[in-house]
Design a protein around this ligand. Structure first.
Ligand code: DDH
Length: 286
């Protein structure tokens, strides 16, 4: 147990659970990043519903969304941290988990603010189907991310998270990693997207993705149709080109947009306190 509000102690414990020799590429880092993103990426600006507040993925309605398959691994990795620092909310822990994992994997420092609640406001619950589908193209990507309030530049910067981790046939149906070293944050995803010759492949399960095979590499690399849509779209493409050649600019833009992502749906006063949580309105606590 730590003192309530000692987020540095929480960060330390997140950092020390990242090494997981028995899990993917020996690291819990990438799946923690995805948990932070999926917990936030349900936001709809127009109706002000969804977002990280409430940690709704604990419940079947959101946790059982096929788009969230596999994220129980991330939640299980974080459970000992929650048990030790009982005062931290799941919604804060899941967003901080992503931020700390990115930093520990060599990525930028991302601004993170505390104060999310685990109070579930029924009127804010997102319907299923708000997260992106990798089989689609640029129109779908814009439909999903404009809904959250992101620009084309921000969409491309956020997509750079695919430098981390991998696809699992038993979760999304896609298979493989985007880069050879998927536990090290960098701009390699953009560089490979531009430099390699991507070939369409239909997997045994009927899922279509793009692959590149290099004899010297351990495994085939992959790109989703949505990843390559960034390169074929005239408004996304210049950002792919910029981030492929300017790593520092990518880190800077990624840090800004990831910080924006995890704040979706949260309004704060000058002291950083959250002002739009109505604990009185019908709902339930953890
Ligand atoms: Fe993603 N992502 N993502 N992604 N994502 C997958 C894995 C990971 C899409 C689809 C998939 C973002 C955007 C998109 C991460 C972070 C982020 C997988 C594989 C699919 C499919 C899941 C599995 O089989 O386990 C699509 C489509 C989009 C889109 O933009 C259109 C964003 C914005 C982020 C972010 O973090 C900001 C990470 C990390 C992973 C690796 C997870 C793992 O377990 O490893």
């Amino acid at each position: 147990m730590s003192n309530p509000g000692d987020y540095d102690a929480v960060r330390k414990d997140i950092a020390s659970l990242l090494k997981q020799p028995e899990y993917d590429d020996g690291s819990a880092g990438p799946v923690l990043v995805r948990l932070a993103w999926h917990s936030s990426g349900t936001y709809d600006a127009e109706t002000d519903t969804g977002g990280s507040n409430g940690a709704g993925m604990r419940y079947e309605a959101e946790g059982g969304d096929p788009a969230n398959a596999g994220l129980q691994h991330a939640r299980v990795f974080l459970e000992p941290v929650k048990s030790k620092h009982t005062w931290v909310t799941y919604s804060d822990l899941w967003t901080l988990g992503g931020v700390e994992a990115i930093k520990q994997m060599g990525g930028p420092e991302i601004e993170w603010k505390a104060g999310r609640t685990d109070f579930v406001d029924d009127s804010k619950l997102p319907p299923r189907g708000r997260l992106p589908d990798g089989a689609q193209g640029a129109d779908h990507i814009r439909f999903i991310f404009y809904r959250m309030g992101f620009s084309d530049q921000e969409i491309v910067a956020l997509s750079g998270a695919h430098n981390l981790g991998r696809c699992h046939s038993d979760r999304s149906g896609f298979h493989g990693a985007w880069v050879n070293n998927p536990t090290r944050f960098s701009n390699t995803y953009f560089r490979l997207m531009m430099s390699l010759n991507w070939k369409e492949k239909t997997l045994d399960n009927g899922v279509r993705q793009f692959v590149h095979y290099d004899e010297d590499a351990d495994e085939e690399l992959m790109m989703l149709p949505t990843d390559l849509a960034l390169l074929s779209d005239p408004s996304f493409k210049p950002w792919v080109e910029l981030y492929a050649k300017d790593r520092d600019r990518f880190f800077e833009d990624f840090a800004k947009v990831f910080a924006k992502l995890i704040e979706l749906g949260i309004e704060r006063d000058e002291k950083g306190g959250i002002t739009n949580i109505d604990n009185e309105k019908g709902g339930y606590h953890s």
